[in-house]
Design a protein around this ligand. Structure first.
Ligand code: NAD
Length: 258
């Protein structure tokens, strides 16, 4: 077992499912004490059980990352006993639609989780990392942060903000020993994608799954463990020279689709 996160505390939002779940399990296997914040407490508890069954340590909090007071209260509670070394802003929601198909309510919902949620966690944690003169923040951006994806108006808005918030925090806290990076996955096969297909393409789900897979030049979707491996590297001391960077992990989507 690689113990790169021994004695480290890693907070993962959305650790109950998909990329966050796999990342939480991987970090625990690599020695971290993992704290999961998720709206879905049952899923978060399942991740905790998986971690503990493998001999790791985890704690869960039911939390809507869009609610600043909830986030602040939880971070204060955690900070009584532990210093948060690593923050992984992973919780996120999807929305399909161009600007005409995006209501004010849709825009606010996506903003509140994907943008404000990311802000809320960084806002709560940065001062504490600053006091410790060290910390690592990893945000989940997307291919939609930097290229136009059909029918993803609100989602693209939110992930563009995640990318630029990453640059801003990396710039402002470099002197305080805090590294901040993001990754930009292409389509990754998670419940996020399955739910999206079930909801939006119930009639031609398999056809759409195939289409989404082939939209990556490499011919398939990403796997959660491939994403977790990049997150683990970027949060480790091996990546000590990396800050203010965005890492595509997209099967060639952004640069080879021509
Ligand atoms: P997922 O839907 O499988 O899991 C998301 C988790 O976040 C769930 O456990 C859910 O309960 C939790 N969550 C949602 N809203 C929350 C809130 N308000 N507060 C707390 N927890 C909340 O998603 P995933 O596919 O693993 O995606 C994780 C992240 O990666 C998201 O930010 C997503 O935008 C990003 N991403 C995913 C893909 C992909 O293809 N799956 C591609 C690029 C980026």
């Amino acid at each position: 077992m690689n113990n790169r996160f021994e004695h480290k505390v890693a907070l993962v939002t959305g650790g109950g499912s998909g990329i966050g779940q796999n990342t939480a399990v991987k970090f625990a296997a690599e020695g971290a004490y993992v704290i999961i914040l998720d709206m879905d407490i049952n899923s978060a508890n399942q991740t905790k059980s998986t971690i503990e069954a493998a001999g790791g340590q985890a704690e869960v909090f039911e939390c809507n990352v869009a609610k600043q007071q909830q986030v602040n209260d939880i971070v204060d509670t955690i900070s009584k006993d532990r210093e948060i070394d690593i923050l992984i802003n992973n919780a996120g929601i999807a929305h399909v639609g161009n600007i005409e198909g995006t209501t004010e309510e849709d825009l606010d919902r996506v903003y509140n989780v994907n943008v404000k949620g990311c802000y809320n966690l960084m806002h709560a944690v940065v001062a504490k990392m600053k006091a410790n003169k060290s910390g690592v923040i990893l945000n989940l951006a997307s291919i939609a942060s930097s290229v136009g994806i059909e029918d993803r108006f609100a989602y693209s808005m939110s992930k563009g903000a995640v990318l630029t918030m990453t640059y801003s925090v990396a710039r402002d806290y470099i002197e305080h020993g805090i590294r901040c990076n993001c990754i930009a996955p292409g389509r990754v096969h998670t419940p996020f994608v399955d739910n999206f297909l079930d909801k939006n393409y119930p009639e031609n789900r398999d056809e759409m799954f195939d289409k989404l897979s082939k939209s990556q030049p490499i011919g398939r979707m990403g796997k959660v463990d491939e994403i977790a491996a990049l997150i683990s590297y970027l949060c480790s001391d091996e990546a000590a020279f990396i800050t203010g960077s965005n890492f595509p992990i997209d099967g060639g989507f952004v640069t080879l689709n021509n």
